[in-house]
Each structure stands twice: as C-alpha cells, then as structure tokens.
Write a protein that binds this ligand. Structure first.
Ligand SMILES: [Fe+2]
Length: 249
C-alpha cells in the first residue's frame, strides 16, 4: 500500500466557516480520502451548504443523530433538548427534499477492510441508541465489541484516543504512532461545535505508511467564529448556540 492520509471529520453542525477552514487544512496536510462521521446539520446557520460540501469531499458518510432528526422529523421533541431542537427546526426549513432523502439512505456504521478501520457516529455496540462513549469504562466496553483495530467516532464533540491496553492518552503528541499490538477507539471531536474547551475546529488524520505503520494526528484549526456568529444572529438562532462557539463548549 502506498502512503495515504485519511481525514476524519465529524459534527460539522452547519458551521460553514469551520468546515471551510478544515477543508483548507486537509488540502495543506495532503489528505487524499475523507470520511464523515455525521451530524452535518443542526445548530448552525448553513446546513444545506455544509451538506453540499460534505457530499462532494467525502468517500463515506455516516448518519448522525441530528441528521436522523432532520430526516425522520418524528418525535424530535423527545430526542433533543430545547436549544438543539431550535437548531434542527432551522435545518429542516433549509434542507431540500432530496437532502432529506439523502440522509435517509445513510448507514449507521461502516467498515473499510483495507484500512482495518470502522466508522460510526456515536458507538459500534448500539449505534442507533446514540450512546455517549465518554468515559474510560465505556470506552473499554466499547473496544471489546469494535469490529476492526482502528475505530473512529464523534458525537460527544470531545476528542480522545483510547487504546485497549494503554487506556486514555492524556497527552497527545503531534504525531501519535498507533501501536500495532493495540485496538484503538478514537474520537475526532467536532468541526463545527467543539466542546474540548478549545474553540478551534477539530478533526483527525490517519496516516497509513508503506510499511504498515499507522499514525494519528489530531488537527485543531482556527476559523472565523465571528462570521458564523453573525450568520446565526441574523437568522434568529439562540444566542447561547453562538456564544458557546467562542468558549469551545
Ligand atoms: Fe453532534
């Protein structure tokens, strides 16, 4: 296999400025393949624009819970909190019927055998339950059921790398060598609404070397939050939803 860099993006949440910055960074990082882990819409001001870009750049797209709410549109009041609900109602207004149809056909998970890699939005053990794998205990349990050596998710909007032997990596080096003896669950964070306490747009790169080594890079990219805020304000989206972008929470 030739050296190959795969970009993993998740939780774009209609934040066009953040997605634009990430696309630019992926080009600069020589990413050749992009996989999207879902939640393209919801919260932000440009759902249709973000979906158009994601469809153009991604080889695989996984369904997120907000995308699912945008296409099923039934019982969403029970599934989302009030702020998320306002965001999704706005997305539904902006999306076309063909966008909605597109979401209906998306899978909950996918495996790419060539890269020993699996993709899901929330989890592999119960993808339609939209569980949050947000603790070392849950990650340990999850890794017992993951289908491949490297598994990537989003959904929590908080990035991490978890190995089945090493546990949680507290400090991530710029370039992390994925130990071939371990299985990994990697959360790439969120492009459009990071909650790491860092306002930069987050995504991941998996770098497959010719000799079989695999490296992971967590990329965090500055973008024009002010522009996203202005668009959200103009379109009457709740202030909390744009104020949180500046705090990365
Ligand atoms: Fe999300």
């Amino acid at each position: 296999m030739n050296r190959l860099r795969i970009g993993i993006v998740s939780d774009i949440h209609s934040n066009f400025e953040a997605l634009r910055a990430v696309c630019w960074d992926m080009r600069r990082q020589r990413v050749k393949i992009v996989y999207c882990l879902g939640d393209v819409v919801g919260y932000g001001p440009f759902p249709e624009k973000c979906l158009k870009i994601i469809k153009k750049i991604s080889s695989r797209i996984i369904l997120g819970n907000h995308d699912d709410c945008a296409c099923c549109q039934v019982g969403i009041e029970r599934r989302l909190n009030d702020l998320a609900l306002e965001g999704i109602k706005y997305s539904i207004e902006k999306l076309s019927l063909s966008d909605v149809d597109f979401f209906k056909k998306l899978p909950l998970q996918a495996t790419i055998k060539d890269f020993d890699l699996s993709l899901a939005h929330a989890s592999f053990s119960n993808p339609a339950g939209w569980d949050y794998v947000d603790s070392p205990q849950k990650a340990t349990e999850e890794l017992k059921k993951t289908p491949t050596r490297i598994c990537v998710i989003g959904h929590t909007h908080v990035s991490y790398v978890f190995g089945n032997k090493e546990g949680l990596y507290n400090e991530l080096p710029e370039k992390l060598v994925l130990d071939p003896e371990q299985k990994f669950l990697i959360n790439v964070g969120s492009v459009g609404q990071p909650r790491d306490g860092d306002c930069r747009a987050s995504y991941g790169i998996l770098d497959y070397a010719e000799d079989g080594a695999v490296f992971f890079y967590l990329r965090q990219v500055f973008y024009n939050i002010e522009k996203t805020k202005e668009a959200m304000k103009k379109n009457g989206l709740p202030p909390f939803l744009y104020e949180r972008l500046f705090r990365g929470e």
